[in-house]
Design a protein around this ligand. Structure first.
Ligand code: ACO
Length: 337
């Protein structure tokens, strides 16, 4: 037996405003037919003006703590790790404010930026802190408000992304316990950083161009080039983590992949020889919520009764950076709030 991070709580939160394909078809040169056949998305949630990523993160954090049977008070967690591409401001990080608003006391709190792979990166960091004995309990949150960075002139990205937050509580346990996080694999390829990016707003632009160009403050993605890379890297990363934990593909009870595109998830399942119904899909209702995608999908899969204690669950994600990552865990059976 070895000291390992164990999943102890889970919660998801979506802002109330549902934005349908029909509504977007009135604003862009697009159609419900194009969006559903190309992406699998039927609707997504967008936060109302004034609602920030931190606001969504606080809601999801509350729900995860409640699901773990913990009151939001000082001492219940040692660390808060927040994965996001859309922080409340460039500086400081959003996590300390989220920790303070959750009344968690003077805990370590920081953001992780790995775009859509952010939650898996955050899980890896949090579980390493627990395994090393530096933390006994960590709140890991993925939260995004992509609606704030979408270019209103870009129909492709505008129909894909949604807002939301999901969170888990990891606690110290043993690797033979249900809920144990047994293995993680991470990777990146910065040579293709331009395929998914916000070109402006950072030190490179300020150093080279002087005044920021408002048009460069929006999120951009070269979708077609990213599609094949997403499937390849998630497949390779999944195989790496399966090898590391000694599972075969047919032992996976549920593949919970980053909800970038339903076609990507189905293609990934096919390439892994996994029956399609073992690849969980909720993108139809939430769109691509980037770093919030995997914890929201876990919460939805759990609420749908698709996860039983002891089930073998594989998480996999791909995103800007480029980055990718996978994690293998057994299911403990927490109930999302
Ligand atoms: N409505 C109607 N037509 C559209 C729309 C739209 N919303 N968007 C694009 N089109 C058009 C294009 O202009 C193009 O027209 P053309 O053939 O006349 O030039 C046509 O549809 C096909 O466009 P493609 O970009 O080739 O469409 P594709 O089938 O590749 O779908 C999509 C685009 C959904 C973005 C897909 O490429 C994809 O999912 N890519 C992967 C995304 C991904 O995995 N990202 C990584 C994670 S996200 C992150 O890290 C933040």
């Amino acid at each position: 037996m070895a000291r390992t991070a164990v999943l102890a709580g889970l919660g998801g939160y979506l802002p109330p405003r549902r934005v349908t394909n029909e509504e977007l078809s009135e604003r862009f040169d697009t159609s419900d037919e194009w969006i559903t056949t190309r992406t699998g998305i039927r609707s997504r949630r967008w936060a109302d003006t004034g609602i920030s990523t931190g606001d969504l993160a606080v809601e999801a954090g509350h729900r995860a703590l409640k699901s773990a049977g913990l009151a939001p008070e000082p001492g219940v967690v040692d660390m808060v790790v927040l994965a996001t591409t859309t922080p409340d401001q460039p500086c400081p990080a959003t996590a300390p404010d989220v920790a303070a608003r959750l009344h968690l006391g003077p805990v370590a709190a920081f953001d992780i930026s790995a775009v859509c792979t952010g939650f898996v990166y955050a899980l890896a960091v949090a579980s390493a802190q627990i395994s090393a004995g530096h933390a006994d309990r960590v709140l890991v949150i993925g939260a995004e408000t992509y609606s704030t960075i979408l270019n209103p002139a870009d129909r492709t990205t505008s129909v894909i992304f949604g807002d939301g937050a999901g969170a888990v509580v990891l606690t110290a346990g043993e690797d033979d316990q249900p809920g144990a996080l047994l293995g993680v694999h991470l990777g990146s390829d910065g040579a293709h950083k331009d395929l998914i990016c916000i070109p402006g707003g950072g030190s490179r632009q300020r150093a080279t161009h002087g005044e920021p160009d408002p048009a460069e403050q929006y999120f951009t993605m070269q979708g077609k080039k990213v599609f094949a890379a997403a499937v390849n890297h998630m497949r390779q990363s999944t195989v790496s983590v399966l090898d590391a934990v000694g599972w075969t593909t047919d032992q996976i009870d549920l593949l919970v992949g980053h909800q970038a595109n339903a076609r990507i998830l189905k293609s990934l399942a096919r390439q892994l020889d996994l029956p399609e119904d073992r690849a969980f899909i909720n993108i139809d209702q939430v769109g691509n919520t980037s770093a919030a995608s995997i914890p929201l999908a876990l919460a939805d899969a759990c609420a749908a009764g698709l996860l039983a204690p002891g089930d073998r669950v594989l998480l996999t994600a791909f995103g800007g950076g480029l980055t990718w990552g996978s994690a293998a865990l057994t299911w403990p059976g927490p109930t999302p709030a």
